[in-house]
Design a protein around this ligand. Sequence first.
Ligand SMILES: Nc1ncnc2c1ncn2[C@@H]1O[C@H](COP(=O)(O)OP(=O)(O)O)[C@@H](O)[C@H]1O
Ligand SMILES: [Mg+2]
Length: 249
Amino acid sequence: MSTDKQKTRKKVIAVGGAKGGIGKSIFAVNLALLLSSVGRTVIIDLDLGGANLHLYLGETHLRWNINDFLNRKIATLQEALVQSRYGVRLIGGDSSQLGSANINFSLKLKLLKAIQQIDADYVILDLGGDTSYNMLDFFLASDCGIVLTTCDPASYLDAYNFIKVSLFRKLNLLLGSNSGNEISKNISLKRLVHEATLSPNGSRVKTINELLKRIQETHPHELPIIRKAMSGFTPYLVINRVRDERRTE
Ligand SMILES: Nc1ncnc2c1ncn2[C@@H]1O[C@H](COP(=O)(O)OP(=O)(O)O)[C@@H](O)[C@H]1O
Ligand SMILES: [Mg+2]
């Protein structure tokens, strides 16, 4: 039986995809509008380099935005919340300043912590169209990840790569020294995953299956833990702008 705490737990949903202009923001806004009919919903513009989400909710001017929180002009992210005319509450961004997309590690942690503290039933993260570590970490911080694509090869190639590198990033974080996981003490496995997913020296793997094969050969006892971590990674794929359903197969 679920406890009250579980019942009221906030759900963070990230909408990503490694290409711009494919409908991530419009989808995220529509999802937020739908969810606002069943629970208190906040949508956040995490496309730090191309923040325009506020326009989709009819807001042309934001008094405060995410960057003001990161630059300490406001003390809490909550202060940047705007009640849009459509019911959804919004935290917008501002990409007009040089460097606003390149937030450092500690600012990213500050932002992620503040997102977890938002008082809402649903928090939708509208991500930018790239595979930077910041974007992957926003995606991985969610309870539910949605990857958008269109039927264009450039878009589904990017969606595939976004999913693949997100999983690579997840495994590297799992094995990272700060993860607190027992498996992170296995130095040779850590090195193998690091080299297979990051190394520029030719030992990189191209696919998840190749990585699993390599782990199976060298660290068979750890394979179940890696598989378990992978099985917890279940992003949804949404195909936008479908004109001919046969192209979705
Ligand atoms: N299914 C759709 N039907 C009509 N227009 C769409 C659809 N999806 C996206 N668009 C339009 O495409 C443009 C880019 O969408 P946007 O959501 O800003 O993309 P992204 O956030 O991926 O950069 C916008 O003008 C949006 O209204
Ligand atoms: Mg967008």
